[in-house]
Design a protein around this ligand. Structure first.
Ligand SMILES: [Zn+2]
Length: 555
């Protein structure tokens, strides 16, 4: 836009009459939870060439020329564009291509939604959906292939239950997968059958569902682009301008570059390249890293290769997170890791060799021990690794000895207080675990960078719910866990701005409203730094601006 006009001393955009929370402070302050950044009660932000050129009190009138767009914020509150440092953005956007069966009140209502989709879908093309739950229905019966065949026998169908452990499919899908009465149950899965032994269209567990999923064609290029647009809309509605998108495949990375070229990208994405043990063993992935020419930092302002993502353990509810002590609700186990400590070390050393950033999913405290030992070994072999900004993802039970290692090796953590608030896990933990569960304060006390995130689509990508949970330490039943670990609203805001920008090496240009930063801004309807704590979670985003361009406007 600026190339077509002559240079002028004026701004492209001025947002004025806003209460501006600048979050303008260096990471060396932010990491310790210090928050003495400037606020301008009636302030402005001036933008030129997608960057902020001035911020201050007053209306910024000196920057306004004949070609300047002016937004009057009418006293509402302006924040830096919010950053989510761990989520599954494209995965969520792809899910939105399918039929959303969440909250459908009956099987008939589900069938109606499917019929609507069938009506606009060419024969032969897969119809997919997820999140149905027969326990919400009067008859409580899982649909069979006979129910679905009545809607269409020309479209193969696959519908995942809300738990992701059960699916129902129609006859066309069974035929596509070659499932007949003679097909044996795969190891770890069950093919549902009627009294006559015929498959009834209900599939249990990944092993059985995978028989059909394997014949669903990969997304087309246009579907990939739609997925990026879908999630972009949702992120912008939530005030988010930048995310670290974990577990990306090469096809998904390509989709991002296509979306950017075609003007269909409305957020900054930082890629985590996934070492997925479902697609190959660790030696295979280490060889792929040897072959890659790009490493952490490769890309541009909008899209950037961030790091490699490793999943080291599972989740507490199923007893698959690797813990130091046995579970309260499953005393026979303390969980396990999905790769060995030796493999984790090999990945950490490989990362250090090429200056890759390494992000590790660790939920159990023992898993965190293993990841940190691997980072320590990498530091000794190819250090210092501090500049690589390695990090742990989740780490809900931080212990002092672990935080000391993290401070020494500059290993950060990205946490999801909305999960703490919504998922009811505290009741299956022992008291000590529940008290420290996702306690951001413990990280601030050691100067370990703690970033805010949601792990969306595990929970909604609403950053204000996460901030509320970190500040209140209250779960959705109203119970407060570990009140002594409450943080201030200012610290919570730092988690979703400056600190989260640190994970993608963007903290100098992102997460603050300051000259030289990307012109990413979020305008909200209330002052989350001074309103009653209970009101933070109900914050409404009025406008989201990315690089000086309005990408979302309420109403
Ligand atoms: Zn995740």
């Amino acid at each position: 836009m600026s190339s077509s006009k002559t240079w002028s001393p004026h701004a492209d955009l001025v947002v004025r009459h806003a209460r501006v929370h600048t979050v303008d402070l260096p990471i060396e302050e932010a990491r310790w939870g210090r928050t003495d950044f400037a606020t301008y009660d009636d302030g402005y932000v001036a933008v030129k060439d997608k960057k902020i050129i001035a911020v201050g009190p007053g209306d910024g009138g000196d920057w306004v020329g004949p070609d300047t767009d002016v937004i009057d914020a009418k006293g509402r509150v302006l924040l830096p564009g919010l950053v989510d440092s761990h989520m599954h953005a494209q995965f969520s956007g792809e899910g939105m291509l399918n039929i959303d069966l969440r909250d459908v009140p009956s099987a008939e209502a589900m069938f109606d939604l499917i019929a609507q989709r069938v009506a606009v879908t060419p024969a032969g093309q897969f119809i997919q959906g997820q999140y149905w739950n027969e326990l919400l229905w009067k008859n409580g019966v899982i649909p069979t292939r006979h129910d679905l065949d009545k809607i269409s026998d020309a479209h193969p169908m696959f519908f995942m239950r809300t738990c992701f452990h059960v699916a129902c499919v129609n006859s066309k899908a069974l035929a596509a997968a070659g499932i007949t009465r003679d097909t044996p149950d795969p190891a770890g899965g069950t093919i549902g059958r009627d009294e006559a032994g015929e498959p009834n269209g209900i599939l249990y567990e990944n092993a059985a569902m995978g028989l059909v999923q394997d014949v669903i064609p990969p997304l087309t290029e246009e579907q990939h682009l739609q997925a990026v647009e879908n999630i972009g809309r949702l992120l912008n509605q939530n005030g988010i301008t930048s995310v670290i998108d974990a577990n990306l495949s090469f096809a998904q990375m390509r989709a991002y570059y296509q979306a950017l070229r075609r003007g269909r990208l409305s957020y900054r994405a930082r890629f985590m390249f996934y070492l997925d043990t479902a697609t190959g063993d660790v030696p295979y992935h280490l060889r792929r890293l040897d072959e890659m020419v790009a490493v952490t930092g490769f890309g541009n302002d909008m899209l950037k290769l961030n790091g490699i993502k490793v999943t080291l353990d599972g989740i507490p509810a199923t007893g698959t997170a690797c813990m130091r002590k046995p579970y309260k609700h499953m005393p026979e186990t303390s969980g396990f890791t999905t790769i060995t400590p030796e493999e984790m070390r090999a990945i950490a050393v490989k990362g250090a060799t090429y200056h890759w950033q390494v992000g590790v999913h660790t939920i159990g405290d023992k898993a965190a021990d293993i990841a940190l030992a691997a980072f320590d070994a990498a530091d000794k072999a190819h250090g210092p690794i501090a500049e690589n900004r390695n990090y742990l993802i989740h780490m809900p039970y931080p212990h002092e000895d672990q935080l000391d290692i993290m401070a020494r090796l500059n290993v950060s953590n990205t946490t999801q207080p909305s999960i703490f608030h919504l998922m009811g896990e505290n009741v299956i933990l022992n008291d000590e675990q529940a008290a420290i569960n996702m306690a951001a304060k413990l990280f601030f006390e050691k100067g370990v960078v703690i970033g805010g995130s949601t792990d969306h689509p595990v929970v909604p990508c609403n950053p204000f719910l996460g901030m509320y949970a970190a500040v209140s330490r209250r779960d959705s039943d109203g119970t407060v866990w570990g009140a002594e670990y409450r943080i201030t609203p200012r610290q919570a805001l730092v988690m979703w701005t400056k600190n989260s920008a640190y994970f993608s090496h963007d903290d100098a240009v992102q997460g603050s409203l300051a000259p030289g930063c990307h012109a990413d801004m979020t305008l909200i309807d209330r002052d989350i730094l001074s309103c009653p704590v209970e009101d933070i979670k109900d914050t409404v985003v009025e406008m989201t601006i990315l690089g000086g361009r309005v990408v979302y406007k309420a109403g």
